[in-house]
Write a protein that binds this ligand. Structure first.
Ligand code: NAD
Length: 302
């Protein structure tokens, strides 16, 4: 009997961004061949195909020979560019990535979506979640061009799944934390993070190495997945050392909560779907790096 081929040729768009090198490390570490793609070429240790994915010809050339696409190339937050530029870059690059995949016969695209698509993160008119913990069934209620771009990218993914039956996997990431951020994050939590930063993120985060693990699991999953959305979230919350239920009760007293899922350090954004279907296991937590003694002393003196 022939051996099942597990190593894949994986095209990673946006590879020269902040998260790209962690994806490269995780995927090559597992034996996959990575084809790096970005409109801004940086030296990241592999040859990068320079392509602006808003241009269909460049998208087709860049994705040639790939078996799986991991699409991270995007304007990754609201305030980096004018609103309309953020929307049109993200939506048109994503549409071209799916259309080029159709033409090239690529059967699985993994899309970097965002929990910002739920709408809280950049909302000008603040609003509470409909329920907590928030899971993938929560409606996408964005008011801003970044949230809207991610919601539309997910719609594009769903449409190509309907058209071709291809795997279109949307990974909704929260605040992606690089290892070197831990010191600052802990200090922010210790001294009380600004209200806005905390509730807008629903105290959610994911270590970038765990985020890369989720991508690898989506690349390697042996069965067809169809169209799926997954929250990719650490098991614990951040930005405050308080128990999550206390935070929720003080910020969102009216929101219906499933208290049994929100004990202690639990996360307010449910990650059980990706654990169950892809076998995701977050391995890093900011609490490993937290100097709790320093925090206790600072509280006692305040
Ligand atoms: N960093 C986070 O906290 C976070 C959270 C949720 C989701 N995400 C998503 O993850 C992805 C990567 O995030 P990041 O933090 O590495 O972003 P980043 O801004 O550091 O990198 C994005 C990369 O995409 C490239 N790019 C943008 N538009 C492109 C285009 N039209 N054609 C080709 N390349 C293009 C840029 O040149 C850049 O190198 C994005 O899709 C972002 O929306 C990030």
């Amino acid at each position: 009997m022939g051996k099942t081929k597990t190593h894949k040729k994986v095209a990673v768009t946006g590879i020269c961004g902040g998260i790209g090198p962690y994806l490269l490390n995780e995927l090559t570490g597992a034996g996959h061949h990575v084809i790096g793609i970005d409109m801004n070429k940086l030296d990241i240790g592999i040859k990068v195909r320079k392509a602006d994915l808003r241009k269909m010809g460049e998208a087709l050339w860049a994705l040639e020979n790939a078996e799986v696409v991991v699409h991270f190339g995007a304007i990754a937050e609201l305030e980096q560019q004018a609103n309309h530029v953020t929307f049109s870059n993200n939506a048109s690059a994503t549409c071209n990535v799916f259309e080029a995949s159709r033409i090239l016969g690529i059967k699985r695209v993994i899309l970097a979506s965002s929990v910002s698509a739920y709408g809280f993160c950049w909302a000008s008119q603040k609003f509470p979640p409909r329920f907590l913990p928030l899971d993938e069934t929560h409606p996408l209620l964005g008011q801003d061009c970044y949230a809207l771009s991610k919601a539309v990218c997910e719609e594009i993914a769903a449409a190509y799944n309907r058209l071709l039956g291809m795997d279109a996997i949307c990974l909704r990431f929260p605040w992606a934390v690089l290892p070197q951020f831990y010191e600052k994050w802990f200090l922010d939590a210790m001294h009380g993070c600004p209200d806005d930063a905390a509730w807008r993120h629903l105290w959610a985060y994911c270590d970038v190495r765990d985020l890369a693990q989720a991508v690898r699991l989506a690349v390697e999953h042996p069965q067809s997945l169809g169209f799926k959305t997954f929250n990719v979230i650490a098991d614990d919350h951040v930005l405050s050392p308080e128990p999550i239920l206390n935070l929720i009760k003080s910020y969102f007293p009216q929101v219906p909560v499933k208290e049994e899922s929100l004990q202690g350090d639990a996360t307010a954004i449910d990650n059980s779907k990706i654990k169950k279907i892809l076998g995701f296991k977050p391995r890093h937590t900011w609490r490993m790096h937290a100097d709790l003694e320093k925090w206790r002393k600072s509280r006692a003196n305040s």
